[in-house]
Design a protein around this ligand. Structure first.
Ligand code: SF4
Length: 380
């Protein structure tokens, strides 16, 4: 990272000086300018990170937020065979699968109780036996066990599956889920919002227009969602920019996104890495910093909360992204199987006090938040 003293020097000789000058005058980079920013290398990346950090300070202030949540992946059985997924097993598989029962969920919740979780996040594979009723029952059970907890559940892919199994519209499904206790949804399954890339990495998943439609319908029913991207595999910067544009446009229309969460592709054990080994982007830590910084500059106050991913990046790099435009470190996640299955090595659990200590190493205040970015009274 660079300090204020170096900035003038770096800026003077930087090829992206005109774009950064415009950004420092509170303007957003155009898609063409974002493309130029994605091309920068070397110390221009540090410059970009520095500017993104300054912009973050102006837009959302110094505090780094976190949520105390419990993540439950209720089954890894899935029919979709996405090439980047090492988490799922096919329904024909005779081993390696799990399906979590209601008792198991209740036990998990009981064990997490000392940490006063405010959110339960629940998602799973697309199990051939899961139906609209299955999802409805999960919501009702959770609501019964924890009447006041925020239920953050089901990806757009699961919503689509629920609608198909009951011959209902997306709107009808979401209305029923909301009645049963659904408070908000993860904006996962977005991957790269481009059908050509989706055809290669997740051919059986919902298409771009379906993802956007499900999210828009949720927002219209006042069900907020997060927004995500899975980046760093076989896509190009043009795909990133189009993805960011689509999210920005939708947010300007509905205002329903709570945050943007870039998720780096964890490749080690995936079919995608084997099949496309020669085309993989192989992003460096500096490339990750650049990605988070440009996300801050491009989305700005339209989606002001930018979340880093300690599960994917590990804490040292996640902390660096918090100096490159991010303002949120995500959740305590008392269980996370998806990244671990793909070869991720950064663990599943962190306690609130560990998160607070880590944030404090940056010399910045921390704030506990709920899923919708309402802040609790914090000592800092
Ligand atoms: Fe199934 Fe989701 Fe894995 Fe795709 S990413 S195979 S939908 S669990």
């Amino acid at each position: 990272m660079i300090g204020t003293r170096n900035v003038k020097d770096f800026l003077r000789t930087s090829s992206i000086k005109p774009i950064l000058n415009r950004i420092m005058n509170s303007e957003y980079p155009s898609p063409g300018e974002a493309y130029e920013l994605f091309k920068v290398q070397g110390r221009d990346i540090y410059l970009l990170a520095y500017i993104a950090d300054q912009v973050r300070e102006i837009q959302v202030g110094p505090a780094i937020s976190y949520v105390v949540n419990l993540n439950l992946n209720f089954t890894n059985v899935c029919t979709k065979n996405c090439l980047f997924c090492a988490y799922s097993v096919s329904p024909q598989s005779s081993n390696g699968f799990f399906e979590i029962s209601e008792d198991f969920i209740a036990e998990k919740i009981k064990r997490s109780l000392p940490h006063e979780i405010t959110e339960i996040c629940i998602q799973g594979g697309i199990h051939p036996h899961s139906s609209f009723e299955t999802y409805l029952q999960i919501l009702r059970n959770l609501r019964r066990i924890k009447p006041k907890i925020h239920i953050h559940a089901f990806s757009p892919q699961e919503i689509h599956h629920a609608a198909q199994t009951a011959d209902l519209t997306i709107q009808e499904v979401l209305k029923e889920f909301k009645k049963a206790g659904l408070d908000s949804m993860p904006g996962t399954a977005a991957e790269i919002l481009d059908d050509e890339i989706r055809r290669l990495i997740c051919p059986n998943k919902i298409k771009t227009a379906q993802w956007l439609d499900i999210i828009k319908t949720a927002h219209e029913l006042t069900i907020p969602t997060t927004s995500t991207i899975m980046f760093g595999h076989i896509e190009t910067p043009n795909h990133w920019i189009r993805h960011l544009e689509l999210l920005k446009e939708l947010q300007q229309e509905t205002g329903g996104f709570t945050e943007f969460i870039p998720l780096p592709f964890v490749s080690k054990k995936t079919l995608l890495a084997q099949k496309y080994s020669s085309q993989l982007l192989c992003m460096t830590n500096l490339d990750y910093l650049k990605f988070y910084a440009i996300s801050r500059l491009f989305l700005g106050e339209v989606i002001p909360n930018l979340q880093t991913s300690w599960v994917k990046l590990g804490f040292p790099l996640a902390l660096m992204t918090l100096n490159a435009g991010c303002n949120d470190i995500g959740g305590t996640l008392f269980e996370e199987n998806i990244t671990r299955s793909a070869g991720g090595v950064y663990g599943q659990v962190v306690t609130p006090s560990e998160i607070q200590s880590l944030i404090s190493t940056l010399g910045r205040p921390f704030k506990q938040r709920d899923t919708l970015y309402n802040y609790f009274n914090n000592p800092h």
